[in-house]
Design a protein around this ligand. Structure first.
Ligand code: 3AM
Length: 183
């Protein structure tokens, strides 16, 4: 019998307040284009998509995430884009903090060193707010700020209609580029 696999990715994981803010910013945009709104409890910002892994690998992925000094990242979203090929409607972060890109690069390097393949396409920091969108959104101003303080290793589980996402491990961020505080 084939062992069950886990479909996983690393992401910035919003707290309840941030989820509510992102969902409120997304609502008029999604209403304008149709498609399937991403549920507030599923909103996230993907850092690295891994895909299906064996249960034994999940522990290694959790240890890798623990080894990284994740920075608190303040993200400003001023643009909405429709990605035609995937049918996704996304909020794009204008100028993500360099420390976040550095931490992501470190994660990718550690994954590669462990022989774990990740999606290494250039980082476009975004939050997907709707799927199955068939047409571009009308011009619409977006002004959203999110200070992300948690990073998660998330499991994506297929469910009727859409996937459900569940954090398997969660890390607190510790300030720009530092895993400790100098007192
Ligand atoms: O963060 P978003 O919602 O943009 O589209 C999937 C989702 O992106 C993406 O990983 C996130 C969590 O599921 N994804 C799914 N399959 C993928 C793949 N093969 C993928 N990203 C890259 N390669």
């Amino acid at each position: 019998m084939r062992a069950a696999t886990h479909r996983v990715y690393y992401a910035l994981w919003p707290d309840a307040e941030a989820r509510a803010s992102i969902a409120a910013a997304a609502a008029p945009l999604v209403a304008a284009v149709g498609g399937r709104a991403v549920l507030a409890e599923h909103l996230h910002l993907t850092l690295a998509f891994i895909g299906a892994v064996a249960p034994a690998v999940v522990g290694a992925l959790a240890r890798l995430g623990t080894a990284i000094a994740w920075p608190v990242a303040t993200l400003r979203f001023g643009r909405v884009e429709w990605w035609r090929s995937s049918g996704a409607l996304v909020l794009l972060a204008d100028d993500p903090p360099a420390a976040l890109g550095d931490a992501r690069d470190e994660l990718l390097a550690r994954l590669a060193a462990h022989g774990i393949a990740a999606d290494t396409r250039p980082f476009r920091a975004h939050v997907t707010i709707a799927r199955n969108v068939a047409s571009p959104p009308p011009a619409h101003a977006v002004a959203l700020e999110w200070t992300a303080r948690q990073v998660a290793l998330v499991e994506s589980q297929p469910a009727p209609g859409s996937s459900s996402y569940r954090p398997l491990a969660l890390w607190e961020a510790h300030g720009a580029g530092a895993g400790f505080h100098v007192i």
